[in-house]
Design a protein around this ligand. Sequence first.
Ligand SMILES: [Fe+2]
Ligand SMILES: [Fe+2]
Length: 324
Amino acid sequence: MSAPTLDRSATGSPDEATLQEQFDATIAADRRIEPRDWMPEGYRKTLVRQVAQHAHSEIIGMQPEGDWLLAAPSLRRKAVLLAKVQDEAGHGLYLYSAAETLGADRADLTDKLIEGRQKYSSIFNYPTPAYADVGVIGWLVDGAAICNQVPLCRSSYGPYARAMIRVCKEESFHQRQGYELLMTMMRGTDEQRAMVQDAVDRWWWPSLMMFGPPDDESPNTAQSMAWGIKRHTNDELRQRFVDMTVPQAQALGVTLPDPDLAWDESSGHWRFGAIDWAEFARVLAGDGPKNAERIARRRAARDDNAWVVEAATAYARKHERGAA
Ligand SMILES: [Fe+2]
Ligand SMILES: [Fe+2]
């Protein structure tokens, strides 16, 4: 579907330079851009890419933990995990709806994901071999998501910012349920403690990669910040996450797998070791441990459920005709 373009030249409405001025003034005053407003094509495209990538991450992100729904160790754990995975589906739906307000078509975005033309977060390409992974994902992955998403509640695009407010409330439940699960396991047997530590060892570095490449290799950051889409750089958010997480690791009694992790009195921050950006590039390019499986499942879900989409679309059309 092509994007709606605004050409008011024939009607005597403002020309593009005036519209650009109004847009710039809205951004400068820290007000929101709404779907009805004129926006530069680059702003619209950047947002579609970011919101779609975010939506895809929510939906693909249901898979690693979804694998544990049938193997949760108690009814309580199952109910909590089910609620969490359903929340992620809801996040995907709000975000696809936000992308649609920018003229994108949801089915087209799904096709782009499946064909590898749009990305999702690299973190969801790692396996979940142990139940402790559910706890560590909640603590670290949802924790990193909160760091990323809280500033997006003030993003300049209204529908995205408003979606983030509800998403962030639910993310803090996700983080807490993960931490509570880990706390329980750490009070358990030696075997359970070892299981938690092993999961932390596997997820720590990929969690730091969730914030994206370092600032000097992130070409779109400056423009996204000028447009108010992003509020902080990747490195700023990564540092915030590390500072928030280290004391939590101490309270939990786990060791973060970084010998260079050290408190820096002068800056008031935790300093951490070098991130393996080659691994990040490899996983992002499709060569992570679970990329092929994640996409194959998403493709099967699209194809197997095509009849539901067709039936729902036909039903909606019938009602539209009735209303007309
Ligand atoms: Fe989410
Ligand atoms: Fe979450």
